[in-house]
Write a protein that binds this ligand. Structure first.
Ligand SMILES: [Zn+2]
Length: 322
């Protein structure tokens, strides 16, 4: 009698345990099914189903918000998008411009696309121009896309004596910090047997108009645009640019073969100057190689630009105007 009761009790316990186990399993299955269902609703899952890897999604998520990511799940995988965003020069503010450009030129490499858009080269020179950002001080950029107003003139111009410049006294002026830097450079060059002379310095808007119009009148627009900036687009108006030669000759077409240029090329950055229109960078600067044209940017920037062998345009895009 006692044994039978005990046995029945044991049987109840087993049944109870079995029911609990089954319940747990079912609840777990339910939870998992729910989790899977929920995961299938996520943007990540949808991106995977259209072909993106988890690594791709990580790259995309760094730049795109949920809405933009969701948009990608409606189209098939865009390999170029991941390549774009993996490029170290990718700037997200140009996202749409890159895509538009790829649509027009599908055979261009990602490097070409990024360079073109970052440097605004999808526009012809003097197209889509804007007033330059004067708050960048010694690092302001004036080129064929960024201009100075007609009225712009630096406030701290000093006169360059005829000891260092051609022309009659008072012809040349330049910003004070630039002149101080030039004097140091002049002295060190002199120690090396090179006497540097300036033949062009600050030019106001009206002087630039005369320079440009002369080229225009004598050689036509294509030639004028290659060798002179249009008024407002000349770096000489910043008061930060100098055309430097040596005292023994100021011939533009031979200057690049002189000891003076050889010295300037490898030393001017130590004083804060860069060769503003280097050889081989004409597509970026919009100017033919000018071994005589030096732009003051300060020592740190000049050293960086010299060591990386880049243009001011590139430095500005990646280091200043981020
Ligand atoms: Zn110049």
């Amino acid at each position: 009698m006692v044994t039978k009761k005990k046995y029945r009790l044991k049987k109840d316990v087993f049944l109870y345990i079995a029911v609990v186990i089954v319940a747990i399993v079912l609840v777990n299955k339910g939870i998992n099914a729910y989790k899977t269902y929920k995961y299938h609703q996520t943007t990540e899952y949808k991106l995977i189903t259209v072909g993106y890897s988890k690594k791709d999604i990580k790259i995309l998520s760094k730049n795109l918000n949920d809405k933009e990511l969701l948009k990608l799940t409606k189209e098939k995988k865009n390999d170029k998008l991941v390549n774009l965003m993996s490029n170290k020069l990718y700037l997200h503010k140009h996202y749409q411009d890159y895509l538009d450009y790829i649509d027009i030129f599908p055979s261009k490499t990602i490097d070409e696309v990024i360079k073109t858009i970052n440097l605004h080269l999808n526009y012809a020179f003097y197209e889509d121009t804007k007033p330059t950002d004067l708050s960048k001080e010694y690092l302001i950029i004036v080129n064929k896309y960024n201009y100075l107003d007609e009225s712009f003139s630096p406030e701290d111009l000093v006169t360059i004596s005829t000891k260092y410049s051609w022309g009659s006294p008072g012809t040349h002026t330049i910003r004070k910090e630039v002149f101080d830097a030039f004097l140091k450079m002049h002295e060190d060059a002199n120690q090396n047997g090179i006497y540097l002379m300036i033949n062009s310095s600050y030019r106001d808007f009206n002087s630039q108009t005369i320079v440009y119009n002369n080229y225009l009148k004598n050689h036509g627009e294509a030639y004028a645009d290659k060798y002179a900036a249009r008024p407002g687009y000349s770096e000489h108006q910043t008061g930060l640019a100098l055309d430097i030669f040596s005292i023994d000759g100021a011939l533009r077409n031979t200057f690049k073969d002189t000891p003076a240029y050889a010295w300037l090329k490898d030393n001017s950055y130590k004083y804060g100057f860069i060769i503003r229109y280097p050889e081989g960078k004409e597509d970026i600067t919009g100017f033919s190689f000018e071994p005589w044209h030096y732009r003051y940017v300060g020592i740190d920037a000049a050293k960086y630009i010299y060591e990386k062998d880049i243009t001011l345009e590139e430095y500005y895009v990646y280091n200043i105007d981020k």
